[in-house]
Design a protein around this ligand. Structure first.
Ligand code: APR
Length: 230
């Protein structure tokens, strides 16, 4: 009975999976939101008010991304593909899952290495690690903006993400405070009979029974993947 079919794993990651690569989380002490106000840098209103400031905020994030490397947690999640059908759903705007070798990565909140039209979100362009400046243009001739889902904006990938979650046989959550919706609601789509794991050094609110691995991502994910690969 379907002996050749690989078991389906869905992984939901947040800032914590990239913390040990040197990228700050948002809500930990010394997290990004302690240094910046969301309303100043991560909303469309902020962008309208002071586009240069918002562009600069993401230019800094992108420059930093060019300097850091995937960590063991990203690599171990990529290794799962040897034995499982793996879908990574990430809230992160970095590209560290891809650089570690994960072949299917769905970004809920956008990607630093892309820009797009403000009016037509589907008009994206790869920009690599280069800055976006005022005057840089999207394919439709309008000002290029970061391909980031700001607070208050729709999350176009939430539907495909929910669909993936509804087919999960194993669901793994790594390094997210589960404080931001709709991403945090994805766990409700995971079938009741799926095995669930949460890797996080801190307590995270989840509304179902999970195997909690209270470790940093590099240790916790390595431990879990070793177990799943046996
Ligand atoms: N390993 C694993 N988890 C860690 C580590 C680590 N080394 N360090 C911190 N964490 C955990 C924290 O305990 C916390 O639960 O990572 C989580 C980080 O939570 P947040 O800072 O809230 O980040 P995240 O959940 O990704 O935020 C969601 O909010 O600001 C927006 O759009 C942004 O995508 C982001 C979204």
């Amino acid at each position: 009975m379907g002996g050749m079919e690989k078991k389906r794993i869905v992984v939901l990651t947040g800032a914590g999976v990239s913390a040990e690569s040197g990228i700050s989380t948002f809500r930990d002490s010394d997290g990004l939101w302690e240094h910046y106000r969301v309303e100043d840098v991560a909303t469309h209103e902020a962008y309208e008010r002071d586009p240069a400031l918002v562009l600069d905020f993401y230019n800094q994030r992108r420059r930093q991304l060019a300097e850091v490397q995937p960590n063991e947690a990203h690599r171990q999640l990529a290794r799962l593909e040897e034995r499982y059908s793996v879908e990574v759903i990430t809230q992160n705007i970095d590209n560290l899952h891809e650089r570690a070798g994960s072949s299917r990565v769905l970004h809920l909140h956008g990607e630093l290495t892309k820009g797009r039209s403000d009016a037509r979100p589907e008009l994206t362009v790869d920009i690599g690690y280069s800055d976006i400046r005022l005057g840089d243009l999207a394919p439709d001739g309008t000002q290029l903006r970061p391909h980031i889902v700001w607070f208050g904006e729709a999350v176009p990938n939430i539907e495909p993400a929910a669909e993936l979650c509804s087919e999960a046989e194993i669901f793994i959550v790594v390094g997210t405070s589960m404080a931001v919706y709709p991403a945090a609601g994805l766990i409700h789509y995971v079938p009741r009979e799926a095995e669930c794991y949460v890797v996080d050094p801190k307590e995270v609110p989840v509304s179902r029974r999970v195997n909690f691995i209270r470790e940093v991502a590099t240790r916790g994910v390595t431990q879990l993947v070793n177990q799943l690969m046996q």
